[in-house]
Write a protein of this length. Structure first.
Length: 136
């Protein structure tokens, strides 16, 4: 496995080669093609650094948000598993739920894939509050 320095050195070399060829006029790349390849080099480096554990995945902010239900098991202490999409990444959390949400699930009024509103309580626990209806 490559070290962080080795990964950065490798992609810096790719960047330098691309820049040298573009600015010397020998590459035949348009400005748009150069920009695309240039951005791809840095995106690939970031992906490698994340895969190697050198860059941690950012966590979404602790805020009230809309998520979708991924799974429900009313027998568990944290009965609702939600999927939250933030900055293009999916995050999964096991959450507490109100009695109303659990009762609606048992009655068949809430299902997997439904949109719910989730908030953080006073001690930082995520709580599924209610089903919402998508209108966008």
């Amino acid at each position: 496995m490559l070290t962080e320095t080795e990964i950065k050195t490798k992609y810096k070399a790719h960047h330098d080669e691309l820049s040298k060829a573009y600015y010397s006029g020998t590459s035949g790349l348009t400005k748009e093609e150069f920009a695309t390849q240039h951005g791809q080099i840095w995106a690939d480096m970031e992906t490698k650094l994340k895969a190697g554990g050198f860059i941690p995945e950012p966590e979404p902010p602790r805020s009230t948000h809309i998520s979708t239900i991924d799974a429900i098991d009313v027998a568990k202490a944290r009965p609702v598993r939600i999927k939250r999409t933030w900055e293009g990444n999916n995050y999964f959390y096991d959450c507490l739920a109100t009695e109303t949400v659990k009762d609606q699930y048992v009655a068949g009024k809430i299902a997997i894939g439904d949109y719910v509103i989730v908030h953080f309580d006073d001690i930082g626990e995520q709580v599924v509050e209610a089903k919402i209806f998508k209108s966008w």
